[in-house]
Design a protein around this ligand. Sequence first.
Ligand code: PLP
Length: 483
Amino acid sequence: MLIYEKSRQGRGSSLLPACDVPDHPLPEKDLRAEAPGLPQVSEVDLSRHYTELAHKAHGVNDGFYPLGSCTMKYNPRINEKTAALPGFTGVHPLQPESTVQGCLQVLKETGEALSAITGMEAFTFQPAAGAHGEFTGLLLIMAYHQANGQTQRTKIIVPDSAHGTNPASAVMAGMSVINVDSDESGCVDVAKLRELCESEEGQEIAGLMLTNPNTAGLFDPNILEITRIIHDCGGQVYYDGANLNAVMGIARPADMGFDCVHLNLHKTFSTPHGGGGPGAGPVGCRAHLAPFLPGKTVEEKDGVLTLAKPAQSLGEMKDFYGNFLVAVKALTYIKTLGAEGILSASQNAVLNANYMMAKLRDLYDIAFDTKVCMHEFVMDLSRLLKETGVSAMDIAKGLLDHGIHPPTMYFPLTVHEALMVEPTETESRETLDWAIGVLRDLHQLAHTDPEALHQAPVTTPVRRLDEVGAARHPVLRYTREEA
Ligand SMILES: *Cc1c(COP(=O)(O)O)cnc(C)c1O
């Protein structure tokens, strides 16, 4: 039931003190013709309404949530506690710098921590999400080429396994996208890449965007050669670091040869995402790109922190300092774990993914089956579909009936019936064993009673949704019945 349907004339839940300043009525022309029709409900009904909605959703605190690529990890409560400190919530972005030294210190320390993790030299916190970070990083690369008189460099290479936001961000940044196919092992086809970069087109290459480990959960063993090929032809290399869960504290993008990276604080650094945002997609770069960074960056002068605009700044990507409180949460996470904890988070993420993969690979085909995966692995259900008629979608829906959020489905696009599983580091062995058991049971059910899986889910607040219908004919507006 919608909150509008619960509304009753005259009910309310606001207790405003009497106005203690003079009235300033709006001019007639600015007044609306009729009241806005806001829902009128009592406080208890309002509270129950949102609690009821919360119970209908599946969140990271409700159960296992193995969403590959999009890392849904536990959001420690202490992050929220620090982000709620009045010294952080009560500030205004236009306050004099001398009164917000603590906030500037947060940005400085978060930047330093992320630099230590990635090997980059400078960070901007303006981008509000991963895709926004990609857009920012690509504009940085374009600004760099333009400053060097290389205006013909407008083409960006994106592998076919890339996250969909990569080519979209490139097009928004005014680049044209060249796709390179993966080789049989699921990694970048180095021979094809070299051929492209050594051809005449090499002079038009602005750079390459890469996720490593890639979306199949594989660390590209040729990474040093790949970044060298791009640099040799005059390009820059962009690291999609949305999900750094396998390599934090182990391998740094800068050491792999990358010039620029974005990180999703709302994935790797444990701040909430998926309706629970806002997120943040800070962008880090090597020193040669730093003069082009957007917004202002924190500098220290005689022990005092101040904000300065980089010399050839590309402008503003967002107002002020981006989603500042997300940086507070991420810094809290980094500081609670410390360097050792960051390292073991990555190790446990990789261990958990490998444990699940090893316990499932006799039943489910693993895409690009290698001995070990990184923080996630991809199951290919094509054979199951052929043998039983049960698709990756059916298995995903079946998981919902067991209180498990489905893994990422039908991604990467290079795998047909893909289920992409990322257990994350905080899950216990018991939880993993239980989830493995459910996946094994569903595999058996696919053979004994496939129809049951076509019908799933049956225990959720809503049954199977018409997803195509919802995308093609979305109903985005509630029309009130006139009394
Ligand atoms: C999630 C993700 C993105 C996009 O991040 P948003 O914050 O959703 O914009 C980009 N690349 C990869 C690999 C991702 O997993």
